[in-house]
Each structure stands twice: as structure tokens, then as C-alpha cells.
Design a protein around this ligand. Sequence first.
Ligand SMILES: [Mg+2]
Ligand SMILES: [Zn+2]
Length: 181
Amino acid sequence: MKLVILDRDGVINYDSPHFIKNPDEWKPIPGSLEAIALLNQSGFRVALATNQSGIGRGLFDMATLNAIHDKMHRALGQLGGRVDALFYCPHAAGANCDCRKPKSGMIEEIGRRFGIDIRTVYSVGDSLRDLQASAAHGAQCILVLTGKGEKTLIEGDLPENTWVCADLAEAAQRIIAHDNP
Ligand SMILES: [Mg+2]
Ligand SMILES: [Zn+2]
């Protein structure tokens, strides 16, 4: 089994400093959905691990988050792609939960759910905390320069051996090439 873990905002869809609070605000980055479909066609399953503290802050509710994800699943389905599992942390930053990245609770849960060693997993994010959560368990980290990615690259301190890719489309190509040397 081959698995890619993706952050959502700034990787699949455009991010916003004001949070993605409803389906209309969820807009895919060009090529990102096609990249997920390409990964699927190449034998990868795809899981999402996303911090959604807007729930904890009361900016939107679970029904709205589900509606946003319905939109994402539908758009992906039209391209023949799918996300197999969706993990989100609904807690506010101060809640001190174990799931909010950079903590690795969601990554551990994904490992259990799929019965997979995280050291065999590719993990794509645009923020340092995405990479830290996955690097803690030895995943191959990939920084994309969409979303907060440019800023993350400039700030540095990336986990050792992090790949840097322009966007999810390039990341998917590199993952597939690495998997088929
Ligand atoms: Mg992000
Ligand atoms: Zn949490």
C-alpha cells in the first residue's frame, strides 16, 4: 500500500488569512485535483490531515466543514480522483490537543487507520508545522510553494531532506518518479 498525506489549505485549495469558512470560499489551486487523480492512478491512496481551528473559534460549524468537503470530493470525483480519508483538528490553537499540527496525532491516526509505517509515506504541506508533524515519524516531507510555502521556505528550518516543489502537480510527479526509479 502506498500513501500520500496532504495538508489541505494552501496545497489543494487557495488559503485565506480569514479561514475557508464556506464552500464558496473553497477554490482549488489549478492542477491540484488533477495531481490527486494522477496519484490515485499511480496506485497511491491519499489522506488529508488539516488543522481547522475555525471550528474551535466558532467561525464555522461541522455541517459547513462537511459541505466544503462535499464540494472537494465532487470536484475530485469529476476528474476520477479521490481522497480516501480525511482527518481534521477542530481545536483552537490554545486547546493543547494532540491533533493540531505540528503535533503528530493525526499522522499517527492515519498510520493506524491504514496500517502503514509512516516512514514509507510522502507528506505534502505548505507550512513548517505540516512537515514537522510528519517528519516526527520519518515521512518523506515535501514543501509546496503555494499557499504559505514561499514564506515557509524563506523562514527555513525545514526537516532534513525535505523536497521543495512548486505546487502539488510537481510534487505528484516527483513522488511518482521516486516510486518508479
Ligand atoms: Mg496549509
Ligand atoms: Zn486538535
